[in-house]
Design a protein around this ligand. Structure first.
Ligand code: SPV
Ligand code: MG
Length: 283
């Protein structure tokens, strides 16, 4: 089922971050219904900042790895669209070619800066951002999902402005609204949801208000949750610990039991299937 269909049915959906082919496979194997192709995480995996340092075509290359290796739908973090409406059109065309049928774009300027860095980031003029939404919808067609991300609250603007922007993005054709917040609790996201009144499905990203329980989101009418960066962060911690230990101890003895087995890795990379192919085509 694609994201458009999930939204239409009103499903509660968890989007788990992935940043390359392998992490996307893990997300699918664990059982998540959808993947969040996080801009922060894909950039970080390239060793780059979350400021559009990576080009959009590099992002497409990563998405292709994910799409090639999974069958769950992928919602792409399209940042602020990599430029103006023209860049949005080109990006959406390329997404369609690799069968990735959902993008989220945010109402910040290009180049963007991660939402958790600094205060009062500049927002795009509403009409300009609406043109990007229209361009994405016109290019993508009826199966293609466009999530419009409202950065007003995170950029220190009022609840009224957040609602005004969401309304304009709905009129421009957005399929859902992502309301972003960096508060330590979900209060402003819940207030937004109450005042929004279910006009379009909502997404939230509880990176900072991580103590809020899942059922509270559901009870407040927020049906789509994005766990935005937890695989890249867990891999950073784990890789550092392993590297530091081997460096200090000049030995693998205390590491072997703590890392994934080679067999587990081979299973993720289909090595045994390749053996079957070898037997069939090159006996
Ligand atoms: C991302 O994962 O790249 C996001 C979400 O945009 S956040 O970093 O929480 O703003
Ligand atoms: Mg991002």
């Amino acid at each position: 089922m694609n994201i458009q269909q999930r939204l239409a049915r009103g499903d509660n959906t968890q989007f788990m971050e992935a940043h390359n082919g392998l992490s996307a496979k893990i997300v699918e194997h664990v059982g998540f219904e959808a993947i969040w192709a996080s801009g922060l995480s894909m950039s970080a995996a390239m060793g780059l900042s979350d400021r559009n340092e990576a080009s959009w075509s590099q992002v497409i290359n990563v998405l292709e790895q994910m799409a090639d290796n999974t069958s769950v739908p992928i919602l792409v973090d399209g940042d602020s669209g990599f430029g103006n409406y023209l860049n949005v059109i080109r990006f959406v065309k390329k997404l369609q070619q690799i069968n990735v049928l959902a993008v989220c774009i945010e109402d910040k300027m290009f180049p963007k800066v991660n939402s958790f860095i600094g205060e009062n980031q500049a927002l795009a003029p509403i009409d300009e951002f609406c043109n990007k939404i229209k361009a994405a919808k016109d290019t993508g067609g009826s199966d293609f999902t466009v999530v419009a991300r409202v950065e007003a609250l995170i950029s220190g603007r009022s609840m009224e402005e957040a609602l005004e922007r969401a309304e304009a993005y709905k009129e421009a054709g957005a399929d859902a609204i992502l309301i972003h917040s960096k508060k330590a609790d979900a209060s402003e996201v819940f207030t937004f949801s109450e005042r929004w009144g279910g006009k379009l499905p909502l997404f939230a990203v509880p990176t900072k208000y991580y103590k809020t329980e899942y059922k509270e989101f559901v009870n407040h009418g927020i049906s789509n949750l994005i766990w935005a960066n937890h695989l890249i962060r867990s891999s950073v911690r784990s890789m550092k610990e392993t590297a530091e230990r081997i460096f200090k101890e000049k030995s693998l003895v205390n590491v072997e039991e703590k890392v994934s087995s080679l067999e587990e890795l081979f299973s993720l990379t289909n090595e045994r299937y390749m053996d079957d192919l070898e037997a069939k085509y090159n006996p």
